[in-house]
Design a protein around this ligand. Structure first.
Ligand SMILES: Cc1cc2nc3c(=O)[nH]c(=O)nc-3n(C[C@H](O)[C@H](O)[C@H](O)COP(=O)(O)OP(=O)(O)OC[C@H]3O[C@@H](n4cnc5c(N)ncnc54)[C@H](O)[C@@H]3O)c2cc1C
Ligand code: SF4
Ligand code: SF4
Ligand code: SF4
Length: 411
């Protein structure tokens, strides 16, 4: 049986792992965080009335499947320490950090209720991350400090808290490695002129996704009321030479248009102004969003990159923007502003990347796919370039097929 190591448990790594397991390969999936799903864990399903093909459920479903997959070993809170190549195989050393909660966890949340630490020291998985198993952050937990607290263990109905859990060093052999370390969303506060971090009701799209995913509806952070006037601002951080992100992140037009539609589904009376430079709905039937917007009296598409977002006299964010001709300057007050951020690749400048021969191109994305593949290292997902979940998944299946195809070719 061919053995494949998959690094990264986001949509790319999960899809590659599942496709490989279906092709009878043995898979070891290494994920550095506490759960599977990658960026998709924090994203919301955008289809309230009908499916909008946002792809988010796809990634979460793959996570559930891979956890049930007999051909796959999933290592969470895990990182590859070294990968030594000899003959056609890699000897891979992996270190896992202790979780302090065992597989017996049923995700009831009783432990969080009693934890006395401000901000808590025991947590559920991020967003929709799988498996639904809690974990303890040792650096915050009083058990490992002088206080010797054991409150979570005392209320846990399944005795799942294990303070004796230890780090483990694991060695596995691999015929091929899938490198799927993914993305980091751009921090909207890097672009300080748009009110991020200084105006409470200015949220990044990551925050909006997270709130919608957790609570099912968007409320103003300042007063908990549903916003009635919303501005969506595109290309925040992307296509910005100063910020070092010259490229279009490709998926933000897709998710922002779908979030806008979702918001109108939840409240058809919302007034929504959508500020954009270009509408790059690469993945959608052209003009679908524009056609939809035409049918909504309360939605306005404004071709402009706003200059600033400031706090207005009523304590609400005010967007200052020029019109398409630059002759007219508008100042419009909103209840809430969403800044649609793009992405940077993650994991292309690490020691692991160097050890595996993964090099970054001038934008920071993983490059040199062909040379790497002859060494048994397969790039996969958005670490290679901006792409949405659907494109990530189809490329992951293609990479898995190439690995399976190398079976006879490699010694
Ligand atoms: C705000 C926002 C909204 C979005 N909305 C949508 C949407 O609605 N629809 C859509 O199709 N796309 C959307 N996307 C894009 C989508 O998130 C990406 O297409 C997708 O996450 C790419 O998957 P990936 O597996 O390549 O990377 P990631 O999702 O980033 O997963 C990478 C995984 O690798 C892990 N990892 C990294 N380094 C290591 C390491 N050294 N060892 C072990 N593990 C490691 C990470 O912890 C992570 O779990 C959105 C993106 C953003 C920022
Ligand atoms: S031992 Fe105490 S401090 Fe630590 S996670 Fe449990 S309840 Fe919180
Ligand atoms: S109380 Fe126990 S079973 Fe419930 S979430 Fe916490 S660790 Fe898991
Ligand atoms: S996908 Fe849209 S919002 Fe994102 S960088 Fe490209 S043009 Fe801007």
């Amino acid at each position: 049986m061919k053995q494949v190591l998959v690094i990264g448990g986001g949509p790319a790594g999960l899809t590659a792992a599942k496709a490989l397991a279906d092709m009878d390969a043995g898979v070891v999936l290494v994920e550095k965080s506490e759960s599977l799903g990658g960026m998709a864990r924090e994203l919301t399903c955008k289809g309230l009335v009908e499916c909008r093909n946002c792809g988010v459920c796809f990634a979460i479903d793959r996570a559930g499947e891979i956890l049930r997959e007999p051909n796959a070993e999933v290592l969470l809170l895990a990182e590859v320490v070294s990968a030594q190549k000899s003959e056609a195989k890699y000897a891979v050393k992996i270190k896992t950090s202790p979780r302090y909660v065992t597989d017996d966890c049923i995700g009831c949340g009783k432990c969080v209720e009693v934890c006395p630490v401000q901000g808590k020291a025991i947590f559920p998985p991020t967003g929709s991350g799988q498996p639904n198993m809690y974990w303890i952050d040792r650096s915050k937990c009083l058990h490992f400090k002088k206080a010797k607290c054991e409150m979570c263990a005392s209320v846990c109905p399944t005795k799942a808290v294990d303070y004796e859990d230890r780090a483990r060093n694991i060695t596995r052999n691999a015929d091929a490695i899938v490198y799927a370390t993914g993305i980091a969303a751009i921090d909207a506060c890097e672009i300080s002129r748009l009110g991020c971090g200084t105006i409470e009701d200015v949220l990044s799209s990551v925050e909006v996704e997270r709130i919608l995913n957790e609570k099912g509806r968007l409320l103003r952070p300042s007063d908990g009321k549903p916003p009635k006037r919303i501005a969506v601002i595109q290309c925040v951080g992307s296509r910005n030479v100063k910020a070092g992100v010259e490229y279009c992140s490709k998926f933000c037009c897709k998710y922002a248009t779908k979030i806008s539609q979702l918001l109108l589904d939840t409240d058809p009376e919302i007034n929504l102004d959508f500020y954009f430079m270009d509408l790059r709905t690469l993945y959608e039937p052209q003009d679908e969003f524009k056609q939809w917007a035409k049918t909504k009296k309360t939605v306005k598409l404004i071709r402009s990159m706003p200059a600033t977002v400031t706090l207005g006299p009523n304590g609400k964010p005010v967007v200052r923007a020029s019109g398409e001709t630059d002759l007219e300057i508008t100042e419009t007050e909103y209840d809430l502003v969403m800044l649609s951020v793009g992405m940077r690749p993650q994991g292309t400048d690490s020691d692991l990347a160097k050890a595996l021969g993964v090099a970054a191109d001038k934008m920071g994305f993983a490059a040199s796919r062909k040379e790497l593949e002859s060494q048994g290292v397969f790039l996969c997902g958005a670490v290679m370039g901006p792409m949405d979940i659907e494109e990530t998944a189809s490329r992951a299946i293609a990479a898995a097929s190439r690995i399976a195809g190398q079976k006879e070719a490699r010694p």
